[in-house]
Design a protein around this ligand. Sequence first.
Ligand code: GH3
Ligand code: MG
Ligand code: MG
Ligand code: MG
Length: 308
Amino acid sequence: MSFSDPLNVLVVDDSATERALLSAILERFGVKVIEAEGADSALQCLQTPKLNIDLILMDIQMPDISGYQLAAQIRKMESESFLEWHPIIFLSGQHDPQSIAMGIECGADDYLTKPVDSITLLAKMRAMTRIAEMRRRLVKTQETLSRQAHFDELTGIANRRHIFNLLENEISRCRRYNYAMSIAYFDIDFFKRINDNFGHNAGDKVLQRICSVVEMELRKVDMLGRIGGEEFCIILPECQLQNASGIIDRLRESIANINFDTDILNRNVTASFGVTHLRKNDNLSNLISRADELLYEAKNGGRNCVVS
Ligand code: GH3
Ligand code: MG
Ligand code: MG
Ligand code: MG
């Protein structure tokens, strides 16, 4: 039995002889072995991305930290940081059921007793890598679905649902800590003409470019979302209305000054803005209605302006 992709296995054992013995067996099956003599070097290897560890074979009796403690520590790190999940198989001289139960309890996935039969070990490793691969695929799918659920495909910014959730959270935070917050609604001026005169594809590129300019101009804590079509919302946490109006007016100017590639568009594009702040009795719904009404006033007031 061998593995189609070279498998990177971390062997954790305090005994150099045991490590060498196991390495010799594994290498015969095309496995790449990385050796660690204790907890510290094992954790270091796991946190070294280029080692790309697929699986851990671990001794239990070690002088500093036992295999039980190390397995528990690895599981804790995996759940708390971005460390990927690793299958752990204990290889131990202890045969009693309590030790086996304890090993699994501490986070290991399998437990083999020494002396280990190499065919059995390889088969168990095969089973574990199969589970790890399924898990990786699942995590990847989840990440994709989560990205699709939260972000707009065309512009990459928060979608309507996500920006409203962020706004809801921000309102709660403001209430709890008595923070100020402002929001802006904006809509691109005469966008329909851009589509009509330059094509839908050019319209798409204009939306993308405007979003990237807005994201660049805003502070890290500010949030941008697409409400729909060519209408957007900006959340400005810890920002008083007057300050927000200034920021947004500079943003309006930056948009108006964008030079698009001439093969996309040979003229400038403007947007109209409504800016408001969170008032004492506001909820999400009346906060955004007010921003929307102010945006409507900006449109009626001649466009390319900010109304607050
Ligand atoms: P106003 O200044 O009053 O806002 O005029 P407008 O033409 O921008 O307003 P209107 O709401 O009539 O037009 C919005 C247009 O935006 C219509 C729609 O086809 C276009 N649109 C919405 N979403 C997209 C998109 O994802 N890509 C492109 N290219 N166009 C879009
Ligand atoms: Mg030992
Ligand atoms: Mg418009
Ligand atoms: Mg519109």
